[in-house]
Unconditional design. Structure first.
Lengths: 444, 199
Protein backbone atom coordinates (compact mmCIF):
# COMPACT_ATOMS: atom_id res chain seq x y z
CA UNK A 1 0.00 0.00 0.00
CA UNK A 2 2.77 2.37 1.02
CA UNK A 3 4.74 1.52 -2.14
CA UNK A 4 1.65 2.27 -4.21
CA UNK A 5 1.19 5.62 -2.49
CA UNK A 6 4.82 6.46 -3.20
CA UNK A 7 4.29 5.53 -6.84
CA UNK A 8 1.24 7.76 -7.12
CA UNK A 9 3.09 10.65 -5.52
CA UNK A 10 6.07 10.16 -7.85
CA UNK A 11 3.74 10.11 -10.86
CA UNK A 12 1.98 13.24 -9.64
CA UNK A 13 5.32 14.95 -9.24
CA UNK A 14 6.38 13.98 -12.76
CA UNK A 15 3.05 15.11 -14.13
CA UNK A 16 3.40 18.43 -12.36
CA UNK A 17 6.83 18.89 -13.95
CA UNK A 18 5.69 17.81 -17.38
CA UNK A 19 2.37 19.65 -17.48
CA UNK A 20 2.32 22.94 -19.30
CA UNK A 21 2.15 25.18 -16.29
CA UNK A 22 2.22 28.90 -16.09
CA UNK A 23 5.60 30.52 -15.87
CA UNK A 24 7.44 30.55 -12.56
CA UNK A 25 6.27 34.15 -12.27
CA UNK A 26 2.66 35.34 -12.11
CA UNK A 27 1.02 36.97 -15.11
CA UNK A 28 3.36 39.65 -16.42
CA UNK A 29 2.32 42.57 -18.55
CA UNK A 30 4.23 42.38 -21.84
CA UNK A 31 2.53 45.07 -23.93
CA UNK A 32 0.11 47.89 -23.30
CA UNK A 33 -1.73 50.26 -25.55
CA UNK A 34 -1.55 53.19 -25.02
CA UNK A 35 2.02 52.59 -23.93
CA UNK A 36 3.42 53.98 -20.70
CA UNK A 37 3.49 57.80 -20.76
CA UNK A 38 2.45 57.92 -24.43
CA UNK A 39 1.25 61.26 -25.73
CA UNK A 40 -1.64 60.91 -28.19
CA UNK A 41 -3.39 63.40 -30.42
CA UNK A 42 -6.80 61.77 -30.00
CA UNK A 43 -8.57 59.16 -27.90
CA UNK A 44 -7.03 55.70 -28.40
CA UNK A 45 -10.57 54.22 -28.47
CA UNK A 46 -9.62 51.33 -26.21
CA UNK A 47 -7.05 50.13 -23.71
CA UNK A 48 -5.33 46.81 -24.41
CA UNK A 49 -3.15 45.08 -21.83
CA UNK A 50 -1.41 41.94 -23.12
CA UNK A 51 0.16 39.44 -20.72
CA UNK A 52 2.61 36.55 -20.99
CA UNK A 53 -0.15 34.09 -20.06
CA UNK A 54 -3.91 34.10 -20.28
CA UNK A 55 -5.66 36.11 -17.60
CA UNK A 56 -9.21 36.69 -16.47
CA UNK A 57 -10.96 39.95 -15.81
CA UNK A 58 -12.04 40.82 -12.28
CA UNK A 59 -14.11 43.72 -10.99
CA UNK A 60 -12.56 47.04 -12.08
CA UNK A 61 -9.97 45.20 -14.14
CA UNK A 62 -9.25 48.36 -16.12
CA UNK A 63 -10.04 51.81 -14.78
CA UNK A 64 -9.02 54.91 -16.73
CA UNK A 65 -9.15 58.02 -14.58
CA UNK A 66 -9.19 61.58 -15.85
CA UNK A 67 -7.68 64.50 -13.96
CA UNK A 68 -10.73 64.72 -11.69
CA UNK A 69 -10.55 61.03 -10.80
CA UNK A 70 -13.58 59.96 -12.89
CA UNK A 71 -13.48 56.61 -14.66
CA UNK A 72 -13.92 57.07 -18.41
CA UNK A 73 -13.43 53.42 -19.45
CA UNK A 74 -16.09 50.84 -20.16
CA UNK A 75 -16.10 47.44 -18.43
CA UNK A 76 -13.03 45.31 -19.18
CA UNK A 77 -13.16 41.88 -20.80
CA UNK A 78 -10.57 39.15 -21.22
CA UNK A 79 -9.59 38.18 -24.78
CA UNK A 80 -8.15 34.69 -24.33
CA UNK A 81 -6.71 34.42 -27.84
CA UNK A 82 -4.61 37.52 -27.28
CA UNK A 83 -3.98 36.83 -23.57
CA UNK A 84 -5.20 40.35 -23.06
CA UNK A 85 -7.61 42.54 -21.17
CA UNK A 86 -9.46 45.11 -23.23
CA UNK A 87 -11.64 48.07 -22.21
CA UNK A 88 -13.26 50.61 -24.49
CA UNK A 89 -12.80 54.36 -24.20
CA UNK A 90 -15.02 57.18 -25.51
CA UNK A 91 -14.26 58.19 -29.11
CA UNK A 92 -13.37 61.63 -27.96
CA UNK A 93 -11.48 62.40 -24.80
CA UNK A 94 -10.80 65.91 -23.55
CA UNK A 95 -7.15 66.97 -23.62
CA UNK A 96 -5.38 66.02 -20.43
CA UNK A 97 -3.48 63.35 -18.55
CA UNK A 98 -5.09 59.96 -17.85
CA UNK A 99 -4.21 57.23 -15.37
CA UNK A 100 -4.80 53.54 -16.11
CA UNK A 101 -5.18 51.29 -13.07
CA UNK A 102 -5.47 47.59 -13.89
CA UNK A 103 -5.98 44.26 -12.14
CA UNK A 104 -5.76 40.85 -13.80
CA UNK A 105 -6.43 37.39 -12.40
CA UNK A 106 -3.43 35.14 -13.19
CA UNK A 107 -3.87 31.44 -13.80
CA UNK A 108 -2.13 30.79 -10.47
CA UNK A 109 -4.97 32.54 -8.68
CA UNK A 110 -3.09 35.72 -7.82
CA UNK A 111 -4.35 39.12 -8.86
CA UNK A 112 -1.61 41.11 -10.59
CA UNK A 113 -2.04 44.89 -10.54
CA UNK A 114 -0.39 47.89 -12.07
CA UNK A 115 -0.61 51.53 -13.05
CA UNK A 116 0.21 53.44 -16.20
CA UNK A 117 -0.41 56.90 -17.64
CA UNK A 118 -0.99 58.49 -21.03
CA UNK A 119 -1.87 61.94 -22.27
CA UNK A 120 -4.27 63.25 -24.90
CA UNK A 121 -2.77 66.41 -26.43
CA UNK A 122 -1.01 66.68 -23.10
CA UNK A 123 2.23 65.35 -21.61
CA UNK A 124 1.65 62.18 -19.59
CA UNK A 125 2.97 62.38 -16.03
CA UNK A 126 5.17 59.69 -14.45
CA UNK A 127 3.24 57.11 -12.43
CA UNK A 128 4.45 58.78 -9.23
CA UNK A 129 2.10 61.63 -10.20
CA UNK A 130 -0.77 59.35 -11.27
CA UNK A 131 -4.29 60.15 -10.10
CA UNK A 132 -4.60 58.88 -6.52
CA UNK A 133 -0.89 59.05 -5.67
CA UNK A 134 -0.39 61.22 -2.61
CA UNK A 135 3.32 62.02 -3.00
CA UNK A 136 6.09 61.60 -0.43
CA UNK A 137 5.02 61.03 3.17
CA UNK A 138 6.81 61.64 6.48
CA UNK A 139 7.96 58.00 6.39
CA UNK A 140 9.66 58.72 3.06
CA UNK A 141 11.35 61.79 4.57
CA UNK A 142 12.82 59.56 7.29
CA UNK A 143 13.87 56.93 4.75
CA UNK A 144 15.52 59.60 2.58
CA UNK A 145 17.33 60.91 5.66
CA UNK A 146 18.56 57.38 6.44
CA UNK A 147 19.75 57.19 2.85
CA UNK A 148 21.81 60.37 3.26
CA UNK A 149 23.24 59.06 6.53
CA UNK A 150 24.15 55.76 4.84
CA UNK A 151 25.86 57.61 2.00
CA UNK A 152 27.79 59.74 4.49
CA UNK A 153 28.89 56.69 6.47
CA UNK A 154 30.04 54.78 3.39
CA UNK A 155 31.28 57.26 0.80
CA UNK A 156 32.24 59.95 3.30
CA UNK A 157 33.97 57.40 5.53
CA UNK A 158 35.98 55.92 2.67
CA UNK A 159 36.88 59.42 1.48
CA UNK A 160 38.15 60.29 4.95
CA UNK A 161 40.33 57.17 5.02
CA UNK A 162 41.79 57.90 1.59
CA UNK A 163 42.19 61.65 1.80
CA UNK A 164 42.82 62.38 5.48
CA UNK A 165 44.22 59.35 7.34
CA UNK A 166 46.28 57.79 4.59
CA UNK A 167 48.70 55.75 6.67
CA UNK A 168 48.10 52.48 8.52
CA UNK A 169 45.54 52.50 11.32
CA UNK A 170 45.74 50.48 14.55
CA UNK A 171 43.85 47.17 14.10
CA UNK A 172 40.96 48.28 16.34
CA UNK A 173 40.52 51.51 14.39
CA UNK A 174 40.79 49.65 11.10
CA UNK A 175 38.02 47.26 12.21
CA UNK A 176 35.83 50.17 13.24
CA UNK A 177 36.45 51.88 9.91
CA UNK A 178 35.31 48.81 7.98
CA UNK A 179 32.33 48.22 10.25
CA UNK A 180 31.09 51.81 9.85
CA UNK A 181 31.62 52.04 6.10
CA UNK A 182 30.21 48.53 5.63
CA UNK A 183 27.07 49.41 7.59
CA UNK A 184 26.77 52.55 5.47
CA UNK A 185 27.10 50.69 2.16
CA UNK A 186 24.67 47.93 3.14
CA UNK A 187 22.35 50.58 4.57
CA UNK A 188 22.39 52.50 1.27
CA UNK A 189 21.32 49.33 -0.50
CA UNK A 190 18.57 48.38 1.97
CA UNK A 191 17.19 51.87 2.41
CA UNK A 192 17.20 52.34 -1.36
CA UNK A 193 15.01 49.25 -1.75
CA UNK A 194 12.70 50.45 1.03
CA UNK A 195 12.41 53.91 -0.56
CA UNK A 196 11.52 52.33 -3.89
CA UNK A 197 8.84 50.13 -2.33
CA UNK A 198 7.31 53.05 -0.43
CA UNK A 199 7.11 55.14 -3.59
CA UNK A 200 5.67 52.16 -5.49
CA UNK A 201 3.05 51.61 -2.81
CA UNK A 202 1.96 55.23 -3.18
CA UNK A 203 1.83 55.04 -6.98
CA UNK A 204 -0.05 51.73 -7.06
CA UNK A 205 -2.48 52.59 -4.23
CA UNK A 206 -3.04 48.93 -3.30
CA UNK A 207 -3.66 47.09 -0.02
CA UNK A 208 -0.64 45.06 1.14
CA UNK A 209 -1.78 41.66 -0.18
CA UNK A 210 -2.39 43.06 -3.67
CA UNK A 211 0.78 45.13 -3.48
CA UNK A 212 2.79 41.89 -3.16
CA UNK A 213 1.74 41.05 -6.73
CA UNK A 214 1.82 44.67 -7.93
CA UNK A 215 3.72 45.34 -11.16
CA UNK A 216 6.50 47.78 -10.31
CA UNK A 217 7.93 48.01 -13.82
CA UNK A 218 6.10 51.24 -14.70
CA UNK A 219 7.87 52.87 -11.76
CA UNK A 220 11.23 51.17 -12.36
CA UNK A 221 11.37 51.81 -16.09
CA UNK A 222 9.14 54.82 -16.61
CA UNK A 223 10.41 57.30 -14.03
CA UNK A 224 13.71 58.96 -13.23
CA UNK A 225 13.23 57.78 -9.65
CA UNK A 226 13.01 54.15 -10.80
CA UNK A 227 15.99 54.43 -13.11
CA UNK A 228 17.98 56.02 -10.29
CA UNK A 229 16.92 53.13 -8.03
CA UNK A 230 18.21 50.58 -10.53
CA UNK A 231 21.50 52.39 -11.09
CA UNK A 232 22.12 53.11 -7.42
CA UNK A 233 21.24 49.59 -6.27
CA UNK A 234 23.70 48.11 -8.75
CA UNK A 235 26.28 50.78 -7.93
CA UNK A 236 26.11 50.23 -4.18
CA UNK A 237 26.16 46.43 -4.58
CA UNK A 238 29.50 47.04 -6.33
CA UNK A 239 30.62 49.38 -3.54
CA UNK A 240 29.88 46.64 -0.99
CA UNK A 241 31.86 44.12 -3.04
CA UNK A 242 34.85 46.44 -3.45
CA UNK A 243 34.82 47.48 0.20
CA UNK A 244 34.65 43.86 1.28
CA UNK A 245 37.48 42.85 -1.06
CA UNK A 246 39.56 45.79 0.19
CA UNK A 247 39.17 44.42 3.73
CA UNK A 248 39.81 40.85 2.62
CA UNK A 249 42.91 41.51 0.54
CA UNK A 250 44.12 44.66 2.35
CA UNK A 251 44.52 46.39 -0.99
CA UNK A 252 44.02 50.12 -0.79
CA UNK A 253 43.41 50.47 -4.51
CA UNK A 254 40.06 48.70 -4.05
CA UNK A 255 39.04 51.41 -1.59
CA UNK A 256 39.70 53.96 -4.32
CA UNK A 257 37.44 51.93 -6.57
CA UNK A 258 34.69 51.83 -3.94
CA UNK A 259 35.06 55.59 -3.36
CA UNK A 260 34.86 56.43 -7.07
CA UNK A 261 31.86 54.16 -7.68
CA UNK A 262 30.09 55.43 -4.54
CA UNK A 263 30.60 59.08 -5.48
CA UNK A 264 29.62 58.49 -9.10
CA UNK A 265 26.42 56.60 -8.24
CA UNK A 266 25.39 59.13 -5.62
CA UNK A 267 24.62 61.25 -8.70
CA UNK A 268 21.52 59.06 -9.11
CA UNK A 269 19.86 61.24 -6.46
CA UNK A 270 20.75 64.41 -8.36
CA UNK A 271 19.66 62.97 -11.70
CA UNK A 272 16.24 62.07 -10.28
CA UNK A 273 15.64 65.04 -7.98
CA UNK A 274 14.43 68.63 -8.42
CA UNK A 275 17.59 69.67 -10.26
CA UNK A 276 16.88 67.17 -13.02
CA UNK A 277 13.10 66.99 -13.11
CA UNK A 278 11.74 70.47 -12.40
CA UNK A 279 11.31 73.39 -14.76
CA UNK A 280 14.54 75.28 -15.35
CA UNK A 281 16.69 72.19 -15.04
CA UNK A 282 20.04 72.05 -16.80
CA UNK A 283 23.20 70.00 -16.72
CA UNK A 284 24.67 72.71 -14.50
CA UNK A 285 21.88 72.38 -11.92
CA UNK A 286 22.37 68.59 -11.90
CA UNK A 287 26.13 69.01 -11.49
CA UNK A 288 25.64 71.56 -8.69
CA UNK A 289 23.23 69.21 -6.93
CA UNK A 290 25.70 66.35 -7.15
CA UNK A 291 28.58 68.57 -5.91
CA UNK A 292 26.37 69.74 -2.99
CA UNK A 293 25.52 66.15 -2.08
CA UNK A 294 29.11 64.89 -2.48
CA UNK A 295 30.53 67.69 -0.33
CA UNK A 296 27.91 67.14 2.40
CA UNK A 297 28.54 63.39 2.33
CA UNK A 298 32.29 63.81 2.72
CA UNK A 299 31.89 66.41 5.45
CA UNK A 300 29.44 64.42 7.57
CA UNK A 301 31.17 61.10 6.90
CA UNK A 302 34.52 62.59 7.92
CA UNK A 303 33.06 63.95 11.15
CA UNK A 304 31.66 60.52 12.03
CA UNK A 305 35.00 58.84 11.29
CA UNK A 306 36.82 61.35 13.51
CA UNK A 307 34.31 60.78 16.27
CA UNK A 308 33.82 57.01 16.10
CA UNK A 309 37.14 55.75 14.73
CA UNK A 310 40.04 58.11 15.34
CA UNK A 311 39.09 59.55 18.73
CA UNK A 312 38.33 56.32 20.62
CA UNK A 313 40.52 53.84 18.70
CA UNK A 314 43.54 55.79 17.43
CA UNK A 315 44.40 58.55 19.93
CA UNK A 316 47.91 58.87 18.52
CA UNK A 317 46.43 59.95 15.19
CA UNK A 318 44.02 62.56 16.59
CA UNK A 319 46.23 65.54 15.85
CA UNK A 320 47.10 64.52 12.30
CA UNK A 321 43.52 63.48 11.49
CA UNK A 322 41.92 66.60 12.96
CA UNK A 323 44.27 68.99 11.17
CA UNK A 324 43.94 67.08 7.90
CA UNK A 325 40.16 67.05 8.14
CA UNK A 326 40.08 70.77 8.97
CA UNK A 327 41.91 71.50 5.72
CA UNK A 328 39.60 69.24 3.71
CA UNK A 329 36.49 70.62 5.43
CA UNK A 330 37.40 74.17 4.34
CA UNK A 331 37.29 73.08 0.70
CA UNK A 332 34.11 71.06 1.24
CA UNK A 333 32.30 73.91 2.98
CA UNK A 334 33.24 76.30 0.15
CA UNK A 335 31.85 73.81 -2.39
CA UNK A 336 28.76 73.18 -0.28
CA UNK A 337 27.93 76.86 0.09
CA UNK A 338 28.65 77.73 -3.56
CA UNK A 339 26.53 74.86 -4.95
CA UNK A 340 23.76 75.44 -2.38
CA UNK A 341 23.56 79.15 -3.19
CA UNK A 342 23.37 78.45 -6.91
CA UNK A 343 20.61 75.87 -6.42
CA UNK A 344 18.61 78.19 -4.14
CA UNK A 345 18.76 80.97 -6.72
CA UNK A 346 17.57 78.52 -9.40
CA UNK A 347 14.74 77.13 -7.30
CA UNK A 348 13.34 80.37 -5.90
CA UNK A 349 11.90 82.59 -8.60
CA UNK A 350 11.30 85.33 -5.99
CA UNK A 351 13.07 86.12 -2.74
CA UNK A 352 9.73 86.36 -0.93
CA UNK A 353 9.17 82.66 -1.71
CA UNK A 354 11.60 82.03 1.13
CA UNK A 355 9.09 83.16 3.76
CA UNK A 356 5.84 82.64 1.85
CA UNK A 357 6.16 78.96 0.92
CA UNK A 358 6.57 75.78 2.99
CA UNK A 359 9.65 74.86 0.95
CA UNK A 360 11.14 78.25 1.79
CA UNK A 361 10.44 77.79 5.52
CA UNK A 362 12.24 74.44 5.59
CA UNK A 363 15.15 75.93 3.65
CA UNK A 364 15.39 78.83 6.12
CA UNK A 365 15.58 76.42 9.07
CA UNK A 366 18.17 74.38 7.20
CA UNK A 367 20.22 77.51 6.46
CA UNK A 368 20.10 78.48 10.14
CA UNK A 369 21.39 75.03 11.14
CA UNK A 370 24.04 75.13 8.41
CA UNK A 371 25.18 78.54 9.66
CA UNK A 372 25.46 77.11 13.18
CA UNK A 373 27.37 74.09 11.90
CA UNK A 374 29.71 76.35 9.93
CA UNK A 375 30.35 78.48 13.01
CA UNK A 376 31.07 75.30 14.96
CA UNK A 377 33.42 74.10 12.23
CA UNK A 378 35.11 77.51 12.12
CA UNK A 379 35.70 77.35 15.88
CA UNK A 380 37.32 73.95 15.37
CA UNK A 381 39.39 75.23 12.46
CA UNK A 382 40.59 78.52 13.91
CA UNK A 383 40.55 77.95 17.68
CA UNK A 384 40.89 74.24 18.37
CA UNK A 385 43.19 73.23 15.50
CA UNK A 386 46.11 75.57 16.40
CA UNK A 387 45.94 74.46 20.06
CA UNK A 388 45.79 70.82 19.06
CA UNK A 389 48.79 71.36 16.76
CA UNK A 390 50.75 72.70 19.76
CA UNK A 391 49.56 70.38 22.52
CA UNK A 392 48.77 67.10 20.70
CA UNK A 393 45.60 64.99 20.91
CA UNK A 394 46.19 62.97 24.08
CA UNK A 395 45.37 65.88 26.44
CA UNK A 396 42.30 67.35 28.14
CA UNK A 397 41.76 69.33 24.96
CA UNK A 398 41.52 66.04 23.05
CA UNK A 399 38.76 64.79 25.36
CA UNK A 400 36.82 68.06 25.11
CA UNK A 401 37.22 68.10 21.37
CA UNK A 402 35.68 64.62 21.22
CA UNK A 403 32.52 65.93 22.88
CA UNK A 404 32.52 68.92 20.57
CA UNK A 405 32.78 66.64 17.54
CA UNK A 406 29.76 64.73 18.83
CA UNK A 407 27.76 67.97 18.92
CA UNK A 408 28.85 68.97 15.42
CA UNK A 409 27.99 65.50 14.08
CA UNK A 410 24.52 65.65 15.65
CA UNK A 411 23.98 69.04 14.06
CA UNK A 412 25.12 67.69 10.70
CA UNK A 413 22.61 64.83 11.00
CA UNK A 414 19.84 67.38 11.64
CA UNK A 415 20.91 69.27 8.51
CA UNK A 416 20.67 66.02 6.54
CA UNK A 417 17.15 65.46 7.88
CA UNK A 418 16.05 68.88 6.64
CA UNK A 419 17.75 68.17 3.31
CA UNK A 420 15.66 64.99 3.07
CA UNK A 421 12.45 66.97 3.74
CA UNK A 422 13.46 69.49 1.06
CA UNK A 423 14.14 66.79 -1.53
CA UNK A 424 10.68 65.31 -0.94
CA UNK A 425 8.94 68.72 -1.09
CA UNK A 426 7.91 70.71 -4.12
CA UNK A 427 9.86 73.94 -4.69
CA UNK A 428 7.77 77.06 -5.42
CA UNK A 429 6.40 77.04 -8.98
CA UNK A 430 8.17 79.12 -11.55
CA UNK A 431 6.07 81.89 -13.11
CA UNK A 432 4.62 81.01 -16.51
CA UNK A 433 6.50 82.69 -19.36
CA UNK A 434 4.83 85.90 -20.53
CA UNK A 435 3.36 85.75 -24.03
CA UNK A 436 5.35 87.88 -26.48
CA UNK A 437 4.07 91.45 -26.59
CA UNK A 438 1.83 92.25 -29.57
CA UNK A 439 3.63 93.99 -32.38
CA UNK A 440 3.36 97.73 -31.97
CA UNK A 441 2.04 99.62 -34.98
CA UNK A 442 4.75 101.77 -36.52
CA UNK A 443 4.84 105.33 -35.36
CA UNK A 444 3.31 104.73 -31.94
CA UNK B 1 12.62 52.19 -21.17
CA UNK B 2 16.16 51.07 -22.02
CA UNK B 3 15.92 48.36 -19.39
CA UNK B 4 12.89 46.80 -21.08
CA UNK B 5 14.79 46.54 -24.37
CA UNK B 6 17.90 44.86 -22.97
CA UNK B 7 16.08 42.55 -20.56
CA UNK B 8 16.60 38.85 -21.39
CA UNK B 9 13.69 36.39 -20.97
CA UNK B 10 13.26 35.32 -17.35
CA UNK B 11 13.74 31.62 -18.13
CA UNK B 12 17.19 32.30 -19.54
CA UNK B 13 18.20 34.05 -16.36
CA UNK B 14 16.98 31.05 -14.37
CA UNK B 15 19.10 28.77 -16.53
CA UNK B 16 22.18 30.99 -16.13
CA UNK B 17 21.83 30.73 -12.39
CA UNK B 18 21.12 27.00 -12.68
CA UNK B 19 24.46 26.71 -14.48
CA UNK B 20 26.10 28.69 -11.70
CA UNK B 21 24.68 26.36 -9.06
CA UNK B 22 25.71 23.34 -11.12
CA UNK B 23 29.32 24.55 -11.22
CA UNK B 24 29.14 25.37 -7.52
CA UNK B 25 27.78 21.92 -6.69
CA UNK B 26 30.46 20.21 -8.78
CA UNK B 27 33.23 22.21 -7.10
CA UNK B 28 31.90 21.29 -3.67
CA UNK B 29 31.51 17.69 -4.74
CA UNK B 30 35.11 17.58 -5.96
CA UNK B 31 36.32 19.01 -2.65
CA UNK B 32 34.21 16.51 -0.69
CA UNK B 33 35.49 13.57 -2.77
CA UNK B 34 39.22 14.36 -2.69
CA UNK B 35 39.19 15.80 0.83
CA UNK B 36 40.07 19.25 2.07
CA UNK B 37 43.84 18.65 2.32
CA UNK B 38 44.19 17.58 -1.31
CA UNK B 39 41.82 20.32 -2.48
CA UNK B 40 43.85 22.99 -0.69
CA UNK B 41 47.20 21.96 -2.21
CA UNK B 42 46.61 24.64 -4.82
CA UNK B 43 45.84 27.72 -2.71
CA UNK B 44 43.61 29.34 -5.35
CA UNK B 45 41.24 26.37 -5.18
CA UNK B 46 40.21 27.36 -1.64
CA UNK B 47 38.72 30.56 -3.02
CA UNK B 48 36.90 28.93 -5.92
CA UNK B 49 33.49 28.05 -4.55
CA UNK B 50 33.20 30.85 -1.98
CA UNK B 51 34.19 33.33 -4.71
CA UNK B 52 31.57 31.77 -6.96
CA UNK B 53 28.84 32.25 -4.35
CA UNK B 54 29.94 35.84 -3.74
CA UNK B 55 29.95 36.62 -7.48
CA UNK B 56 26.51 35.03 -7.91
CA UNK B 57 25.25 37.24 -5.10
CA UNK B 58 26.47 40.32 -6.93
CA UNK B 59 24.96 39.09 -10.19
CA UNK B 60 21.60 38.51 -8.52
CA UNK B 61 21.21 42.27 -7.91
CA UNK B 62 20.58 43.02 -11.61
CA UNK B 63 17.93 40.29 -11.54
CA UNK B 64 16.26 42.03 -8.62
CA UNK B 65 16.31 45.46 -10.22
CA UNK B 66 15.50 44.52 -13.82
CA UNK B 67 12.68 42.05 -13.10
CA UNK B 68 10.13 44.16 -11.29
CA UNK B 69 6.96 42.56 -12.57
CA UNK B 70 5.85 41.94 -8.99
CA UNK B 71 6.87 43.17 -5.57
CA UNK B 72 7.18 39.70 -4.10
CA UNK B 73 9.57 38.56 -6.84
CA UNK B 74 11.69 41.65 -6.43
CA UNK B 75 11.95 41.20 -2.67
CA UNK B 76 12.68 37.46 -2.99
CA UNK B 77 15.48 38.01 -5.51
CA UNK B 78 16.87 40.79 -3.34
CA UNK B 79 16.91 38.39 -0.39
CA UNK B 80 18.76 35.73 -2.39
CA UNK B 81 21.27 38.30 -3.62
CA UNK B 82 22.04 39.40 -0.10
CA UNK B 83 22.28 35.98 1.50
CA UNK B 84 24.63 34.77 -1.25
CA UNK B 85 26.79 37.85 -0.76
CA UNK B 86 26.76 37.29 3.00
CA UNK B 87 27.52 33.55 2.91
CA UNK B 88 30.09 33.85 0.11
CA UNK B 89 31.77 36.71 1.96
CA UNK B 90 32.04 34.72 5.20
CA UNK B 91 33.41 31.65 3.40
CA UNK B 92 35.92 33.75 1.46
CA UNK B 93 37.14 35.34 4.69
CA UNK B 94 37.60 31.89 6.24
CA UNK B 95 39.50 30.72 3.15
CA UNK B 96 41.70 33.81 3.30
CA UNK B 97 42.40 33.37 6.99
CA UNK B 98 40.71 36.63 8.00
CA UNK B 99 38.19 34.64 10.01
CA UNK B 100 39.23 31.51 11.82
CA UNK B 101 36.36 29.68 13.49
CA UNK B 102 34.61 26.86 11.60
CA UNK B 103 31.43 28.25 13.14
CA UNK B 104 31.42 30.80 10.34
CA UNK B 105 29.93 27.99 8.26
CA UNK B 106 26.75 28.88 10.16
CA UNK B 107 26.45 31.82 7.74
CA UNK B 108 25.91 29.32 4.92
CA UNK B 109 23.34 27.47 7.03
CA UNK B 110 21.52 30.72 7.73
CA UNK B 111 21.69 31.70 4.06
CA UNK B 112 20.14 28.40 2.99
CA UNK B 113 17.43 28.65 5.65
CA UNK B 114 16.50 32.21 4.66
CA UNK B 115 16.55 31.27 0.96
CA UNK B 116 14.25 28.32 1.57
CA UNK B 117 11.81 30.44 3.54
CA UNK B 118 11.87 33.05 0.74
CA UNK B 119 10.88 30.33 -1.75
CA UNK B 120 8.06 29.05 0.42
CA UNK B 121 6.64 32.46 1.34
CA UNK B 122 6.95 33.43 -2.29
CA UNK B 123 4.59 30.64 -3.43
CA UNK B 124 1.16 30.58 -1.86
CA UNK B 125 -0.48 27.89 -3.98
CA UNK B 126 -0.56 24.17 -3.18
CA UNK B 127 2.13 21.74 -4.29
CA UNK B 128 0.30 20.39 -7.31
CA UNK B 129 -1.45 23.58 -8.40
CA UNK B 130 1.00 24.01 -11.25
CA UNK B 131 4.53 23.10 -12.17
CA UNK B 132 5.66 26.52 -11.00
CA UNK B 133 4.04 25.93 -7.61
CA UNK B 134 5.55 22.45 -7.40
CA UNK B 135 9.01 23.76 -8.18
CA UNK B 136 8.72 26.53 -5.61
CA UNK B 137 7.75 24.02 -2.93
CA UNK B 138 10.45 21.52 -3.88
CA UNK B 139 13.11 24.24 -4.06
CA UNK B 140 11.98 25.79 -0.79
CA UNK B 141 11.92 22.58 1.21
CA UNK B 142 15.14 21.27 -0.37
CA UNK B 143 17.05 24.41 0.48
CA UNK B 144 15.48 24.72 3.93
CA UNK B 145 16.09 21.10 4.95
CA UNK B 146 19.57 21.04 3.44
CA UNK B 147 20.57 23.92 5.71
CA UNK B 148 21.29 21.10 8.14
CA UNK B 149 24.45 20.15 6.18
CA UNK B 150 26.40 23.39 6.74
CA UNK B 151 24.96 23.39 10.27
CA UNK B 152 26.63 20.02 10.88
CA UNK B 153 29.83 21.23 9.18
CA UNK B 154 30.01 24.18 11.58
CA UNK B 155 30.41 21.74 14.45
CA UNK B 156 31.99 18.76 12.62
CA UNK B 157 34.10 20.34 9.88
CA UNK B 158 35.50 16.95 8.77
CA UNK B 159 32.14 15.25 8.22
CA UNK B 160 32.23 13.79 4.70
CA UNK B 161 28.51 13.10 4.73
CA UNK B 162 27.74 16.74 5.50
CA UNK B 163 30.16 17.90 2.79
CA UNK B 164 28.54 15.58 0.23
CA UNK B 165 25.08 16.69 1.31
CA UNK B 166 26.07 20.34 0.99
CA UNK B 167 27.37 19.70 -2.55
CA UNK B 168 24.29 17.69 -3.49
CA UNK B 169 22.04 20.56 -2.35
CA UNK B 170 23.36 22.81 -5.11
CA UNK B 171 23.19 20.08 -7.72
CA UNK B 172 19.52 19.51 -6.89
CA UNK B 173 18.84 23.26 -6.93
CA UNK B 174 20.51 23.47 -10.34
CA UNK B 175 18.33 20.69 -11.79
CA UNK B 176 15.17 22.25 -10.34
CA UNK B 177 16.07 25.66 -11.73
CA UNK B 178 16.63 24.12 -15.16
CA UNK B 179 13.04 22.84 -14.85
CA UNK B 180 11.69 26.38 -14.52
CA UNK B 181 9.37 27.74 -17.14
CA UNK B 182 7.17 25.83 -19.49
CA UNK B 183 9.38 26.58 -22.46
CA UNK B 184 12.36 24.89 -20.83
CA UNK B 185 13.72 22.02 -22.93
CA UNK B 186 14.46 19.95 -19.83
CA UNK B 187 11.31 18.46 -18.31
CA UNK B 188 9.44 20.82 -20.63
CA UNK B 189 6.51 19.89 -22.83
CA UNK B 190 6.80 16.15 -23.12
CA UNK B 191 3.67 15.86 -25.18
CA UNK B 192 1.14 18.09 -26.88
CA UNK B 193 -1.48 15.93 -25.20
CA UNK B 194 -0.43 17.55 -21.96
CA UNK B 195 -2.42 20.60 -22.95
CA UNK B 196 -2.08 23.98 -24.58
CA UNK B 197 0.95 25.87 -23.36
CA UNK B 198 0.26 29.24 -21.81
CA UNK B 199 3.19 30.87 -23.52
Amino acid sequence: MRARLRGVLALAALAALAAPASALAHATLVRESPSLRERLERSPGRVVLAFDQSVDAVRDSIVVLDGRGRNVAGPARAVKAERALVASLPRTLPAGAYTIRWRALSSDGHVASGVSTFGVRHAAPPVTDAVGAQGPTRAEDVVRWLYFVALALSVGGIGFRLLVVRGPLPPRAERRFYWLTGIGAVGALEVGILAFLLRAEDALQLPLVDFLYGDLSSLANGTRFGEAFIAMTLGYALVIALLYLAWLTERRVLLWGAFAVGLAFASGLSLSGHSAADAGRSWLSELADWAHLAAATLWVGGLVQLLAVVWPAAPALRREAFLGFSRLATVLVALLVAAGTYLSVRRFPHVHDLWRTGYGHVLLVKLALVALALAWGAAHRFLAAPRLAREGGATTLGARLGRSLLGESALAMAVLLLAAVLVDSKPPPRPAPQPPAAAQPPGR
Amino acid sequence: MIVARIQPPAEMVHWWFATGFLVLGLLLLAEAVVGEEVWARRPWRRYLWPGFVFAMGILMFPVMTFFTSSTIHMVAHGTWAQVMLFAGGAELAVARGKLHSPRWRLCSAAALAVSGVAFLVHEQNDWLFSRAAFLHHVLGWTVLVCAVFPLVQAFRPRSTAAALGFAATFLVVAVLLYCDRDTAPIFGHLSYEAGVPHR
